[in-house]
Every structure is written in C-alpha cells, then in structure tokens.
Design a protein around this ligand. Sequence first.
Ligand SMILES: NC(=O)c1ccc[n+]([C@@H]2O[C@H](COP(=O)([O-])OP(=O)(O)OC[C@H]3O[C@@H](n4cnc5c(N)ncnc54)[C@H](O)[C@@H]3O)[C@@H](O)[C@H]2O)c1
Length: 333
Amino acid sequence: MKKAAVIGMGVIAPIHFAAIKDNQNITLVGVCDIEEGKRAEAPEGVPFFTDYKEMIREVKPDVVHICLPHYLHVPVSEEAARMGVHVFCEKPVAMNRKEAQEFAEFEAAHPQIHMGICLQNRSNESVERLKELIDSGEYGAVTGIRGTVPWYREKEYYEVQPWRGKWETAGGGCMINQSVHTLDLMYHLGGPVREIKAVTAQLLDYGIEVEDTVAARLTFENGANGVFLATIANYENESVQISVRTERARFLIMDNILYRIGDDGSKELLMEDAKLPGTKFYYGASHGKLIAKFYQALENGSQDYLHVRDAVMSIRLIDAIHESSKSGHAVSV
Ligand SMILES: NC(=O)c1ccc[n+]([C@@H]2O[C@H](COP(=O)([O-])OP(=O)(O)OC[C@H]3O[C@@H](n4cnc5c(N)ncnc54)[C@H](O)[C@@H]3O)[C@@H](O)[C@H]2O)c1
C-alpha cells in the first residue's frame, strides 16, 4: 500500500482523487492548496494543508501528485524529490525546452526517485492498439499523420485562474495547455520530428498574451509528413482526431475510437477507449490507468511509466512551433 498526497485542488484534482480512491493499492493521506477556501473540498477525513512542504513533513507520503499551475511543476517536483518523495506531475512537463531539458537532467541525477508525467492519452486503448499496429510493421512505415484539436474555452476560463493565458505562468496557450497531448501522440506514433513550419494566432479577442490557435507542418525524421491544427476558438469542444497513413493502410482515432479506414471511406472499428466515470470525454479516459501503472512501477521497481525524459519532446515541438511562427521560417526541432 502506497501513501499519496495531492498538491493543487483545482479543476484536475478530482480526477486524481477518483483514480486514487478506485485503486486499492493507494491511500490518500493529505491534500494541499494555497487557498484556504479549498479546505471544504478535501475528501472526507483527509487532512488539508496550505503549505505543501509542511504536508510532506507531516503525512510523509510516498508520492505527491502535482496538480498545480504550469510554472510550479518543475520547482515543486524537484523540491518534493529532494525531500525524498516520488512525484506524479500533471502535464506539461515544463514551461519551455530549456526547463524541460534541465528537469530531465534532474531526473537522471536522482534515479532513486520516480517521476511520472501525466500525458495519460498514451494509455488510451485506441492509442495503445494503433501503436502496436504501427510497430508490428504489418502495414508498412508511417507516411503521414494529422492531429486536430477543435476545442473551445470561454473567456471566463482565463479570468477565474489568472495564471492561464500568460507566458510567465502558463508558458503558452492552446498548445502547452490543451493540445500538448496530441503533439505528444504525434511524436509517440510517428517518431522524432526533424523540422517544423508553423503559424500561431489569436482568433479570440480575450486579451490573453498567448496563442489560441495554431497550424503546423511537421517533417518527421523518417520522411513522413504531419499536419497539426489546434484551437480553443471552435464553437464547442469536439473530438480530437488523429489520422495516420501508413504505406498500406489508413487509421483514424475519433471520439475515442480507433478505426481502419477502407479505400472506399468505410470505417472498421478496431478499438474503443474505456471511460473513467466522472472524466470529461476530451481529457481522455486514462488518468486512472496511468496512475495505476506508476504505482505498479514503484511496487515492483520497474521503469514502465512515462518519465520526464519521455515528455521533453512534446515541449521541444511547442517551442519549435513558436520559433517558426515568429521567424516565418521552417525550424529544426
Ligand atoms: N492531464 C489532463 O488532461 C489535464 C486536464 C486539465 C488540467 N491539467 C493540468 O493540471 C494542472 C492544474 O490545472 P487546473 O486546471 O486544475 O488548474 P487550477 O488553476 O484549476 O488549479 C490549480 C490549483 O493550484 C493551487 N495552487 C497554486 N499555487 C499553489 C501552491 N504554491 N501550493 C498549493 N496549491 C497551489 C491553486 O489555488 C488552484 O486551486 C495544469 O498543469 C493543467 O495543465 C491536465
């Protein structure tokens, strides 16, 4: 049995509470938020703290779940690790490429501490199956990938939590916050990316500092072409789509279902994601699965979870997109 504590009790924290509650190998021993008003939202019987270091000293968790604004991910993860606690940190792994690289170096220098990053969509059944099909080689090499994120966030989303929408505290907009999962999956399925040409834009007049929309062309190291389109200016949240063309087949993930697309456009259902009750459909359903995997790895000493080093590429892609958009040129990743 491992002891968990959660730092940050905003929008995503209840998903972690639910995953912990549903896992008989984990007990929630403490929760923390800098806002005293969050005390009332602490799960029944679980001690509440406003200072995470005090919480770690008092309840001595094995793992802290970091559900904080982006700018706090790396400093709080590293401080917890220095206090001897394993870390399961929400995405994004860091604010930018430099911070991500330094965090990966910190991870490498602390092999006794496990640090898992919550890019849970890699654990969606549809994605796992597609990855198996690609890796089997049965359908030939990947030649094209499209990732589309047609989402909507209202102005209030930025007003209620002012850390969002700002370079200094969020590190960016619709990429680092909403569509980092999809960029990560494009890398996970298509391999390393060599070059990116992109434009970012603000289509909404929200007065935020960061991008709300992006279009990018990706050239993968194996020569495959990719297109990535993401926005939070859609009229509502619609399903993320990931389309993969290989030499001998075409696959599509849409509405959390993996299809093989026939030459005549017909769809053969190959896999449907499990759903964690209480999660929003567009989060993906795999928080509980990834959290269980992380704790399993702690139990048996395996390395089978998503490490800091595995998440660095998602941030390098985002940085390259911003750089290309600013310069107007294609840039190396
Ligand atoms: N994996 C996913 O699909 C997914 C989905 C949504 C959000 N997220 C991520 O989860 C993280 C949190 O997002 P959110 O939307 O829940 O944010 P939020 O703003 O709703 O919640 C953050 C909470 O942290 C608290 N906090 C701030 N500083 C603190 C400190 N020093 N000590 C303790 N508490 C502090 C705030 O008071 C707030 O309650 C972000 O990294 C976000 O990108 C991930």
